[in-house]
Design a protein around this ligand. Structure first.
Ligand code: PLP
Length: 409
């Protein structure tokens, strides 16, 4: 693994023109990477090139443009499969994002479940990994159970083990919490679930651009993520699934692309992965997603993780040094996400004042209302780092929080 130097980061920053923006006459400091990462030139140019040079609908055309567009889309599928070490491209389903991928599994695999079957979620799930399960639970009479947290903001693994039963059919957990930053022991969670005969789905939205993900080493049954959180285009996501499970599952949506033959009497569905890809996909975004993965690979995921970890370790104690600052998410093994509050100040006020200083952070419940309820708060201010953030930006952020704290106290 190569340690990223200041020169490396400066070179990387030049790929992101948005970072040159001024907000209220100040240099933008973008610390909202958990919500979405910014997009490098290479990815934007790939989108441009698709529109200017190759655009034609995929999979159905014999003409050259259509074949080019198809092969660019399918080449991304191979690159994604290799990136997460999936055994085959047929097990990579393109979706609109993490949310759609979870909805797909819940709506389709959920139909194979029986009333009284149980789904285990965790207390730190994003709404995307709660509501789809509630929808199918209501339809099929399923029971939802929730893994609580320890005082360390980690999943309570003893409680998890005691929730598992022969009725547990699905365990759905996030790899990394988008609020607490906690990196969950997903391999152990998966192994326990398998021993109980349950299938697992890992929400990798906050892990995929920050950790090395190997779906075979994890033995994950399903693993999902979004391109826009990994320097890629919006509107593209991935569902990885084990072949046997995907084959057993009924289609999620019907339409073009997902069929072999259609008559009014009977439709024969396409093979994997197309069975789950009804309609024209966002082939432009998918083609450009390839460039985002190349971009990450050219830097190295471990180098990115080490750099972000340095920013986290630098910023956390300095923030805690500011009177009144409380950080939510104190797990020893955590990703570069800092959720905090200043005394009793409302998170919106803090976020708005930071914005006036050119600093983009996210405020609110972060689509994790049940977790907010457990923490006894309505929301937090969340700063999260990406590969292009610098120690100088951390210094500016810390000084800005200090200033805001003085104003609000
Ligand atoms: N899961 C987690 C942990 C997230 O952080 C997010 C987005 O912030 C999602 C799911 C939803 O991702 P998307 O909106 O790309 O579908």
């Amino acid at each position: 693994m190569k340690n990223l130097t200041t020169d490396d980061i400066m070179r990387i920053r030049r790929d992101f023109p948005i970072l040159d923006r001024k907000i209220y006459d100040r240099q933008l400091i973008y610390l909202d990477n958990t919500a979405t990462t910014e997009t490098p030139r290479q990815v934007v140019e790939a989108v441009d090139s698709m529109y200017y040079t190759h655009k034609a609908n995929v999979h159905r055309g014999v003409h050259t443009l259509s074949q080019e567009a198809t092969s660019m889309m399918e080449s991304t599928r191979s690159v994604v499969a290799e990136f997460i070490n999936a055994p085959s491209t047929e097990q990579i389903i393109f979706t609109r994002g993490t949310t759609e991928a979870i909805n797909l599994v819940a709506a389709s695999y959920g139909l194979l479940l029986e009333p009284g079957d149980e789904i285990i979620l965790s207390a730190m799930e994003h709404h995307s990994d709660i509501v789809p399960w509630q929808l199918i639970a209501e339809k099929r009479g399923l029971v939802i159970k929730v893994i609580p947290l320890t005082d360390n903001d980690e999943l309570d693994m003893d409680a998890y083990r005691s929730l598992l039963s022969p009725r547990t059919k699905i365990v759905a957990v996030t790899h990394v919490s988008n609020v607490l930053g906690t990196i969950n022991p997903v391999k152990e969670i998966i192994d326990c679930a398998h021993r109980a005969g349950a299938v697992t789905i890992v929400d990798g939205a906050q892990a995929i651009a920050h950790l090395n993900v190997d779906v075979q080493a994890l033995d994950a049954d399903f693993y999902v993520f979004s391109s826009h959180k990994m320097y890629g285009p919006c509107g593209v996501g991935v569902l990885y699934g084990k072949r046997q499970l995907l084959e057993e599952m009924p289609p999620y949506q019907g339409g073009g692309e997902m069929i072999k033959t259609v008559s009014f009497e009977k439709t024969v569905y396409a093979d994997l992965p197309f069975k789950f890809e009804a309609g024209t996909p966002d082939f432009v975004g998918i083609a450009a997603f390839n460039s985002a993965i190349s971009y990450i690979k050219s830097i190295g995921i471990e180098s990115i993780a080490a750099h972000e970890d340095e920013l986290l370790r630098y910023t956390t104690p300095a923030l805690l040094d500011i009177p009144g600052v409380r950080i939510f998410g104190n797990a020893p093994h955590k990703s570069a996400i800092i959720s905090f509050l200043i005394g009793d100040a409302h998170h919106y006020d803090t976020g708005m004042l930071l914005d006036k200083l050119g600093i983009a952070v996210r405020t609110g419940h972060h689509c994790a209302q049940p977790l907010m309820h457990i923490l006894g708060i309505t929301g937090t201010v969340r700063a999260s780092f990406g590969v292009y953030n610098t120690i100088a930006e951390c210094d500016a952020f810390i000084a800005a929080v200090r200033r805001v704290a003085a104003m609000l106290s």
